[in-house]
Write a protein that binds this ligand. Structure first.
Ligand code: TK8
Length: 348
């Protein structure tokens, strides 16, 4: 049964059940709190990127939508630039009920739910639409459904996007060029193993530490979508940008389950609808900003190179043992289903 339909049916059935059990008068209350209508609330929402990043612009849109739909009763207070902490720290704050919303990359979530690692398999997606089909469809929902038992509610996927490599040593055009490069990766075992397989020297690190690590040369490079390279000003500390497109990272809109369970259905609907509308807006902004980024980074003096389809295939082949290992770990069916979904989009 569809989630919303289920809620509606429950809403119809529950009060009559409560009447039978003799507590009908309390049917609108739970734990002494009114669970009807819209209450005056302030939601604390934090992200790692800046306000000007597409993720930040998505949050500004989300705030506008929630405030408008709630008639100004629910306020969203946005915190950018990891001022509330990095992805993992904020996710833990949600679990503890200390923060209401965050929109992390899915990659660091593997520490909580390993299956999220299927999105980290390199070279699975070639176009954004292929990722949308997976994320907004059955597979995306299967993974969202794993969140509540970990104290989290997922309201859908936004876009971080295709990741590109920057470094201070040399252009990366072939798989060989990865050898010996010390690269910051997200805290994710699939990424770690994949870069190891390519002969690089991966160093997992939280996002807010990356600029300093690049500046002090404690790592040679990092990888992120173009919009992040621009807004984090990595061009100031990195000379080479290689368009490796090696993996697509989703963002995921997470809500604290402790907070969510205290909301009325109307309030939950406002958040769900706003998350979805902001998603469509955010993805559009992201694609536009990524397009504009190349020119900006060129003007900033970065040396940019493309990577041939053939070299990407070669890299994919080298990484194959890693993807095979994790396909087994996360569930081969899930991985096969993801690939089939991508093929379906390609065939159209
Ligand atoms: C921002 C991160 C970032 C990600 C990373 O909190 O860590 O490199 O790409 O966008 O989620």
């Amino acid at each position: 049964m569809n989630k919303w339909l289920k809620r509606t049916v429950m809403a119809m059935v529950l009060p009559s059940m409560l009447v039978i059990s003799g507590c009908g008068a309390d049917s609108t209350k739970s734990g002494g709190k009114v669970k009807e209508g819209i209450q005056t609330r302030t939601i604390k929402a934090g992200i790692g990127n800046s306000e000007s990043h597409p993720q930040g612009q998505g949050m500004v849109k989300f705030k506008e939508l929630v405030e408008e739909k709630s008639g100004g009763k629910i306020k969203v207070q946005n915190y950018f630039d990891a001022t509330l902490g990095d992805d993992l720290k904020m996710t833990e704050a949600l679990q503890a009920g200390m923060q209401e919303i965050t929109v992390p990359s899915t990659s660091p979530l593997v520490g909580i739910i390993p299956e999220y690692g299927i999105y980290d398999f390199p070279f699975v997606f070639k176009e954004e639409e292929e990722a949308y089909a997976v994320l907004d469809g059955k597979i995306g929902q299967t993974l969202l459904d794993k969140l509540p038992e970990h104290g989290l509610i997922g309201l859908g996927y936004w876009e971080n996007g295709f990741r590109q490599l920057t470094n201070s040593k040399h252009p990366v055009e072939t798989a060989d060029d990865f050898k010996g490069l010390k690269i910051r990766t997200m805290q994710n075992e699939v990424h770690l193993d994949a870069f190891n397989e390519l002969g690089a020297n991966p160093t997992p690190m939280a996002f807010s530490e990356v600029f300093t690590a690049l500046e002090s040369k404690s790592v040679d490079g990092q990888e992120n979508p173009l919009a992040t390279i621009v807004t984090q000003k990595y061009d100031e500390v990195q000379s080479y940008l290689s368009l490796t497109n090696h993996v697509y990272t989703p963002f995921i809109l997470l809500v604290s389950k402790k907070f969510w369970d205290g909301l009325s259905e109307e309030e939950q609907n406002i958040l769900q609808e706003s998350a979805q509308e902001a998603r469509d807006y955010q993805r559009k902004v992201n694609r536009k900003d990524n397009e504009l980024a190349i020119k900006k980074l060129e003007e900033a003096g970065m040396k940019i190179n493309e990577v041939s389809e053939q070299e990407m295939e070669n890299m994919k082949e080298i990484i194959q043992p890693v993807t095979d290992k994790y396909a087994k770990k996360f569930g081969k069916d899930l991985v096969e289903e993801m690939k089939a979904e991508v093929e379906k989009v390609r065939a159209n």
